[in-house]
Structure formats: structure tokens, C-alpha cells
Write a protein that binds this ligand. Structure first.
Ligand code: SF4
Length: 204
């Protein structure tokens, strides 16, 4: 698996847990407000040195009694071919695993859940579930996209594990009406709105 970033200890990426966070390289979306372009755009990805899996596992094996879990984030982890094997190894070390995903790969999600490899899933819902609006935010054209996102939501909803749906609100992309719609649609679950903060400029 291609790893571009590794936070050894975080208290904010998995509520109630002390977790290490792995940032995978590559993403199938092109959100205009992405905070991690170095994990998304091929040219930037190649400028970022890969962190060997061994380095991550060597560290994790020394922190078994200190960390509760491992968060796998990105980029978009589900585009990684080695994701399943990587999680198997993390689980073998005794850690719980949280997956952060854009929800575009229900097939991968289903496979990981079926193998009991996930303990928590957070899906980024980019905007209201209307195809044109969604595609504009993601920067990709895929007429099956909404179907995939809806399927991923249904999969985690019925999985029996804890999950969260969340939206990063960017003033240029989201109206008050959209936010209200999202709140209403996801009122049945743990739904969180996050305010976008530019890395350099602060809240837009
Ligand atoms: S899905 Fe996430 S990592 Fe991918 S482009 Fe959008 S914000 Fe960036």
C-alpha cells in the first residue's frame, strides 16, 4: 500500500480513542478545496516520499499498550490494492481500525466489512445527493456516482458497526439550503458538519 503520511498519535481523528493515522496516496476525486493535494495529484504524489509499510508496522508493534486504534485515511484508501492485506496486518497487531472514505467504492467497503476488518467507518458526504452538484464538487464525471455513495451509506448503516457521515462545508460550494437538506436526510444517524479551514488562510 502506498503511504504518504503517518501521524503516530492523534486524539482527534477517532472520537474517544488514541489512534495512529495513516494517509494513503491517490484519490479518485478532485475536490476543489482538497486539503491534501500532495496525496491526490499524481505529480505531487511522486514528489512525496513513500513511507514503507514496515516502518509503520515496526512503530505500531511498539505501541500496542498505548494506542487503541489505527485510522486509515487519505487520499482515498479504497483505491489502494493492498488495503485489505494492510488492515489484516494491523488487526493482527491487536488494533481496532477506522476507515475514512469518500464512499465511492461500496464493493471494497462490503468486502472489508464482510471480513470483519473494520470497527468504524466515516464517509465524507460531499454535498446533497444530486448528481450534477455532486460531480461539480468531486471534479469527476461518473453517472453511477450517486448510486455508489447511496450504496456505501446503506452498507455501513446495516453493518452493525459504528459509523459517521460528515460533510465539510465550504462557503463557495454549499448553501444554507443544502446544509438543511443534508441535516434532514441524515437525521437518523451520527451526522457531522465540519467547517472548511484553509491551511494557510484560516476559515474562508
Ligand atoms: S476525496 Fe478527499 S482526498 Fe480526495 S480530492 Fe476530495 S478532499 Fe481530497
Amino acid at each position: 500500500m502506498r503511504i504518504g503520511g503517518f501521524t503516530k498519535q492523534s486524539f482527534i481523528d477517532w472520537e474517544g480513542k488514541t489512534a495512529a493515522v495513516i494517509f494513503t496516496k491517490g484519490c479518485n476525486f478532485r475536490c476543489g478545496y482538497c486539503h491534501n493535494p500532495e496525496l491526490v495529484y499524481p505529480k505531487l504524489i511522486e514528489q512525496l516520499t513513500d513511507i514503507p509499510e514496515k516502518e509503520v508496522f515496526d512503530f505500531l508493534s511498539t505501541r500496542k499498550s498505548w494506542l487503541n486504534g489505527v485510522v486509515i485515511s487519505g487520499g482515498e484508501p479504497t483505491v489502494q490494492k493492498g488495503l485489505k492485506d494492510f488492515i489484516v496486518n494491523v488487526k493482527e497487531l491487536g488494533f481496532e481500525v477506522k476507515l475514512d472514505t469518500n464512499g465511492s467504492s461500496p464493493k471494497v467497503l462490503k468486502e472489508l466489512l464482510k471480513a470483519h476488518l473494520l470497527d468504524y467507518v466515516a464517509i465524507d458526504i460531499k454535498t446533497i445527493l444530486e448528481i450534477e452538484t455532486y460531480q461539480n464538487i468531486c471534479g469527476i464525471k461518473d453517472h453511477q456516482l450517486l448510486h455508489k455513495i447511496e450504496e456505501s451509506i446503506e452498507i455501513v448503516k446495516t453493518s452493525g458497526i459504528d459509523y459517521q457521515l460528515r460533510t465539510t462545508v465550504v462557503p463557495q460550494f454549499h448553501t444554507k439550503e443544502m446544509i438543511n437538506k443534508l441535516h434532514k436526510k441524515f437525521s437518523y444517524c451520527k451526522y457531522q458538519i465540519n467547517e472548511y479551514r484553509d491551511k494557510n488562510l484560516g476559515l474562508l
